[in-house]
Every structure is written in C-alpha cells, then in structure tokens.
Ligand binder design. Structure first.
Ligand code: GLN
Length: 384
C-alpha cells in the first residue's frame, strides 16, 4: 500500500544502515551524527526551557527569540539583513525546510535543477511535489560541477535550482565562480535558488562558505535553509530554519503549517541562546573535525581505498574499484560481516551510474571510534 507519489522511492539508506550497524555490533561510520553532544550551555538551556513553561505550541513561524537570533547569525557571519518577523521561519530540522520549500513552491511539471549525487530527501520531495529533477552530476575524482552541464540542464520548464554547499555526500564546497555561474543562470532565466547550507560552518583548510544569497541580485531570489543540528552537534533536536524574501519564506510557512503545524517549543530558545552566546562553537567543531577527517582519510587509504578528501561536511568519499569492487551497495552490505564496520553506498544518491563504485564514510565521531573502525578495516580482507 503506497501512494503513487512515493513510487520508486526506497526507504532512507540512513535508517537501513544504522539498523544494520546496531544489529551487527559494527562501528557506525555511516549515518552522519556526532557521538558527543553540543555545548553544555545549549543542553542546559533546553532543560531550563522545559522547566520554565516553554511546553505549549510555539508561534507558527517559530519562537521570536530564535527568529531574531537566526537573523543576527546571518548578519554576523555573512552581512545578510533579515526581518525576523517575515524573512525567517523555524522548521523541524532542515529536512522539513526542504520538504516545505518544495511543497510550497514547486508545481507539478516544474523542473528543479539539482546537484547529483543528491541527499536522499531531495529527489523524494521533488517527486512528492510533482516536480521533475534535472541533475547536474558531480563526478570523481574532484566532484566539481561542470558549468556547461549546469547551463544545459536549464530548459523553459525550469523554475528552481536546489543547491547544497558544503555538499553531502561529496564534501565539495562551491567556489565563488561556481556560485556565480548558478547566479547568472538564475537571473537570466528568472529561477529561484533553494540552498541547503546545513554544513555552512563545517569547512576545512581555511576555506570559507559563501552563501549564494550574498551574490549581487541573488538575495531577492534565494531561499536559504540551515539548522542547528550540524553546527551545534544536536542532530536529534531537529531545529532548522528557512530565510530569505518574505514571499519565499511565506511559501515555506504555508506548507509547514500543514506538516508539523509548529516545531518543538523548548528547543528553540536554547538554540537562540547558543547562536548568540556560543558563536565560536561551530568553528571549534570544524577544527576538531578537520583532524578527524585527516585521521579517517589516511586510514582509509592505508586500507587500500582510493580516498577523496572533502573540503567540508562530515563525510569522506572513497572509490572501491581499487579493491576490485564495482557495486558500493554490495560492498557496504558485506562490510559488517567482513570488518564490523558500516558505511553508506553513494549510488542511491545518483540517477546516473556515476556513483556505483562510491562509498561514504563519516568522520564526525570520536577519535577512538574512528581508530577502532580503521583497525577493523586494516585487519579485514576487503578485496572482492
Ligand atoms: N544528514 C545525515 C547524513 O547524511 C543523516 C540524516 C538522516 O539520517 N536523514 O548522514
């Protein structure tokens, strides 16, 4: 029993692989969640909110303190000015922001240009909205967008570009030139850009994340999505937001009110305080993650894998052809038994075959966890 709008959409790979990790006692380098929680003040803020009566429905667009803090965050980091009353809406994680944006904006038959590999909720939600995805494929070894392919993806039916930078799963951080190419297209063809920037602070080697909304002519046509989950290591809190012009934010709210009505009240003031009082936390997290990225990437290379070192996010990508494998899914299903480790096959994030031999590994784990995973991989026979 499944409605046609879900035809061909498999269960999310993250749930499948985390269940496999739990069942087999494997080291879980699959689903991206840290195994240490965010700053103690943040947790204390939530406890305080629970105990001081923040337990009934939040206002529809979100608790005012959080909308104001999100507006200050965009101003502090990027110089973006927002009216917290009309240009910010709080969502239940960025996943709901993606869902509400697509349901609120995309009409049946509208084409959405989207970077492939796509985070799995994008194709699911484009399809549920009746939209049509037009992929622009990021190919190894560098996983950069081909700008000619990008331009060729736009047709008279295209209305949206769905971006993700820093990009899950490849770790690509779009450069100013790449973003400018998207901006030029959007302006020329009157497209709206929906941009998922949840890894905005998790960039490495001195790189800077540039929101496309800051490019000339883009603030009026960009809906920016983010969340507290990655920046503050509270992925289970599901506190996200959408920001941008009032008419785009209004469309998100128009759909969101029928999805979750409002989002969890006590977590919102806590996130607001963390944004204002611990603006330093995400950069410290990124520095620690960079070390763990290096640890994981070196260890995966030692285990015989061909590693792509990411510029941002929680994830490194490997090509498993060097071990004689062609099918990442088969590799990942064999991995718990062979090595006691779980990773994510990337092929489900592609329509094309370009990801068949790719596997994603998370380094947002404590060093001993990564070291144990690597020890197991080194000890195992990974060859096909
Ligand atoms: N964003 C996380 C990842 O890519 C997981 C989120 C989820 O499980 N839906 O691993």
């Amino acid at each position: 029993m499944l409605a046609h709008r879900l035809d061909g959409i498999p269960p999310t790979i993250f749930t499948t692989m985390s269940a496999l990790a739990a069942r087999t006692g494997s080291v879980n380098l699959g689903q991206g969640f840290p195994d240490v929680d965010g700053p103690p003040e943040l947790i204390a803020g939530a406890v305080e909110a629970l105990e001081t009566g923040h337990n009934q429905y939040a206002p529809g667009p979100g608790v005012a303190a959080l909308r104001q803090a999100v507006a200050r965050h965009q101003q502090r980091h990027y110089g973006i000015e927002l009216d917290p009353d009309t240009e910010v809406v709080v969502t239940t994680g960025c996943t709901e922001a993606v869902a509400a944006a697509l349901l609120g904006l995309v009409d049946p038959g509208d084409e959405v240009v989207v970077l492939e590999p796509y985070y799995d909720s994008y194709p699911a939600m484009i399809q549920m909205a009746g939209g049509v995805r037009r992929p622009v494929t990021l190919r190894g070894p560098d996983f950069r967008p081909d700008l000619d392919e990008l331009r060729a993806a736009v047709t008279p039916r295209t209305r949206f570009v769905l971006l993700n930078s820093p990009h899950n799963p490849t770790g690509t951080v779009l450069t100013r030139e790449e973003l400018q190419a998207v901006a030029d297209l959007a302006i020329e063809h009157d497209l709206v850009v929906i941009t998922d920037e949840v890894y905005e602070h998790l960039v490495f080697d001195g790189r800077e994340h540039l929101p496309i909304a800051t490019l000339p002519g883009m603030s009026e046509r960009t809906l920016t999505l983010s969340s507290a989950g990655k920046s503050y290591s509270v992925t289970g809190w599901k506190v996200g937001w959408a920001t941008g012009p009032a008419e785009l934010v209004g469309a998100v709210l128009a759909a969101k009110q029928w999805l979750t009505f409002t989002s969890g009240s006590p977590l919102q003031p806590a996130v607001a305080r963390a944004l204002d009082e611990r603006p330093d936390f995400p950069a410290q997290l990124a520095a620690a993650l960079q070390d763990r990225r290096d640890l994981l990437c070196a260890g995966l290379a030692d285990a015989g894998l061909d590693v792509h070192v990411p510029e941002g996010t929680y994830f490194a990508t490997t090509d498993i052809s060097s071990l004689g494998w062609e099918d990442g899914r088969a590799f990942c299903l064999a991995l718990p038994e062979r090595a006691g480790v779980v990773a994510i096959p990337t092929q489900g994030f592609y329509d094309s075959g370009a990801g068949r031999h790719l596997v994603r590994w998370a380094f947002c784990k404590e060093r001993p966890v990564i070291e144990e995973g690597l020890r197991r991989l080194r000890a195992a026979d990974l060859a096909r």
